[in-house]
Each structure stands twice: as structure tokens, then as C-alpha cells.
Design a protein around this ligand. Sequence first.
Ligand SMILES: Cc1cc2nc3c(=O)[nH]c(=O)nc-3n(C[C@H](O)[C@H](O)[C@H](O)COP(=O)(O)OP(=O)(O)OC[C@H]3O[C@@H](n4cnc5c(N)ncnc54)[C@H](O)[C@@H]3O)c2cc1C
Length: 409
Amino acid sequence: MAIDFTLDPELEQLRLKVRGFIDRVIAPAEAELLALRDSDKGSYISKLIGLRKTARAEGLWLPHMPEDWGGMGLGHVELAMVQAEAAKAYYGPWALNCQAPDEGNMHTLLHWATPEQAARYLRPLCDGRATSCFAMTEPEVAGSDPTLIRTHAYQDGDEWVINGHKWFISNAHRASFAILIVRTEDEPDEPRAANTAFLVDIPSEGWREVRQIETMHGSTGHSEIEIEDLRLHQSQMLGGRGQGHLLGQYRLGPARLAHCMRWIAQAETALDMMVARSLDRFSHGSLLAEKQGIQWMIADSTVELYQCKLMVLHAASKIDAGDDFKSEVSMAKHFVANTLNRVIDRSIQVHGALGYSTDTPLAHMYQQARWARFADGADEVHQMRIAQRTIAAWKNHGSTRTATGDLPL
Ligand SMILES: Cc1cc2nc3c(=O)[nH]c(=O)nc-3n(C[C@H](O)[C@H](O)[C@H](O)COP(=O)(O)OP(=O)(O)OC[C@H]3O[C@@H](n4cnc5c(N)ncnc54)[C@H](O)[C@@H]3O)c2cc1C
């Protein structure tokens, strides 16, 4: 049995290439981009497109997609390296066209779309000519339990007529299409077989953006959508009838892990900043780095980040091996999301007032990090599933060993 954490020289080269691209091209452009975003939309968009063109010309495009689709054809372990480097800068994943929610939607279309649907929706997404959104959550019912979805579709000849209400649909404001999850089965064999996915062109009659929701990180593209008598042809169904839940779960596994890869990058940035600041700030006779209280924060963050990296690599290796990865991805998502919040919080603490200001990226990172603990599976829902699997392992095998990563120790 081989456990080897070294990278092939080619992969190490690729990792360094991504790092170099982020340092050389993306990081220097970020301050200007953030300023332009609010002041000059036209220049903002053309600058963003310019960054994408540069990334693509340098062979850094779609790390998560097969080469047939213009991607880099990486497995999930390899992808972890690339995502973790790309996300060192806010716009890094976007430049490489591997940002949420498009990245998860590409995986979904790759595996569920018919050839016609793939040509119409996946190809432009891969080429960077289209953007997408995934519309599942509703204000009226708990998003944590998709069996409660109320947005409803009934069949009328070759068409489906859809009515309902969605919110927090990331990227809907800019998207050229949505993957929409609706209830089609009133009496399913089991609750998880009630929903079906559809592809919706945006704009479409019957699909109305009510507003972009103002959040603690601003109004940056999470929309509320009203759906009224939206008519879709049968050919717009993605996957089979009643397979919406399955499709959502399929999408969420790798997409959750990709979030973790990007969160590791953010947590590492926060830890780097914490250490740098502690070596620079002097108080009560010594540097902050020499004080035990500060060292505990550095030590806890270091150990937790190490755990995050091992968990993500292990979960990614399970996806690559074709093994059941649900449990490992769930544990990783829960742990990495919480580590991200803790490490940024500690870094702000060590920076004092500077950390609370917007002179460093920490405040913005903290606002973004908060949703990680409940979106794509709330902490408590992951904990519920983890506990259920652990109890089942004990009942089935008389031991909890298989629930703790099924590792050989
Ligand atoms: C920034 C952001 C982007 C998003 N993007 C999208 C998107 O693109 N598409 C989309 O469809 N949705 C999106 N969402 C919505 C997100 O997926 C939901 O917020 C999430 O699924 C939780 O659903 P909810 O908000 O309705 O919370 P609820 O389901 O109401 O849960 C609220 C809280 O209740 C507790 N809880 C729930 N269930 C249990 C349980 N079984 N046991 C114990 N406690 C429980 C948890 O503490 C949870 O945080 C986004 C949300 C945010 C904040």
C-alpha cells in the first residue's frame, strides 16, 4: 500500500505555475478590480475578461474538466493543489474558470446532460461565453431539507409549467441559464424522488429576478427569483423525472470539496498574515510572536490547517479511486468551514484595529467565510449525518473504525 504525499515533478511544476500566475497577474490586479466593480462596470468586465484570456493563453483553464472540453483533465487530488493555489487571490478561481457555481454546474452537465443539452449549455460555459446558476433554495421552507421544496411543475403536453419562489441563487443576475430544481411528483415512492431538474434559459418569460439580496458581504449577486407560469419543453429536463435530489447530491459532493480547497487557501492566507503581523508588532516588552497567548493562536491554527489539508487530500483520493466519498467529504466540509472561520477570526484578533479595518483583506474574508458554516449543508446537518454513519458503523461492525475515514489504523 502506497501512501505518498510528494507530487510528481510535472504536477509540482503545474502548482508553481498557478502560484506564479496568481502572484504575477491576478494579485496585482485585485485592488483595481475591486475599485472598478463599484465605479465603472464596463472597465471592470473588460479587465476581468482580459485576465481570463491571459489565464487561458498560459494553459490555466478549466482545471476540473476533461481535455475534450478544453480543460486540464486533472483528478480531484491534483485539482486540490490547483484550487488551493488559485484561491490565494479572490479572482483566481474566476480567472481559471473554476469558480462556484459554474464549476459544480459543469460537473453536473458533464454527467447528466444529453449530447444536445451539453452542446447548448456546457460548451459555452467551458468556453467562458456563458455563466450559470443553480436554483434550489426557497425562502418558505428549510433549504437544509430539499424534500420540502414547493416550487412545482405540472405537465401540459410536451411542456412543463412551473410556479414557485427561489432565493439566494448565486450568480443568477449574470447567468445565461439556470439549473432549476422543482417538485414534479406529488406522491413519490420515497420523499427524495419528488424533485426534477430543468435547464432554464435566462431571460425567459415567467422567470423574474425580484432583487439581489443585500447580505453581510454586500449585494454581490445572490438573487431572489419569482417563477410564474414558466413554460419549459420536455427536452429541457436534466436527468430523469424524480432524479433532482440525486443530481443535487451528485453535484454537491465534488463541489463541496472544491469549496474546501479554496477555503484552505483563504485560511492559509489568514495564518500567514497572523504570523507576519506577530513578528512585526511590539507590545509590553516583546514582539507579539513571543507571547504565549499569541503562540497558542498560531499553534491551533497550524494544527487545524494541517488537519484540513489531510482531510481534503484523503477525500479527494477517494473520489479519484471511485470509492464512496460521502462521509469523508461531509467531515471535510464541516471541519474546513469551521477552521476557516476560526483562523480568520484569530488573525483579526492579532491584527487588532487594523484587522477590523478594510485596509487588509481580512474583514472581507471574514464576511465571506461566515456562510461556509451553513450553505452546502449546515454544520448541524453534517454532524447529524456523520453521527448517523458512526452509529451505523458500530451497529454493523461492532466498531466505529470505518466511519473515521476507513483508514488502516
Ligand atoms: C452566500 C450564499 C450563497 C448561496 N447560494 C445558493 C445557490 O446558488 N443556490 C441555492 O439553491 N442556494 C444557495 N444558498 C442557500 C443555501 O444553500 C442555504 O442557505 C442552505 O441550504 C441552508 O438552507 P436555509 O438557509 O433555508 O437554512 P435552514 O434549512 O432553515 O437551516 C437554518 C439552520 O437550522 C439548523 N438546522 C437545519 N436543519 C437541521 C437539522 N436537521 N438538525 C439540526 N439543525 C438543523 C442549522 O443550524 C441551519 O443553519 C446560498 C446561501 C448563501 C448564504
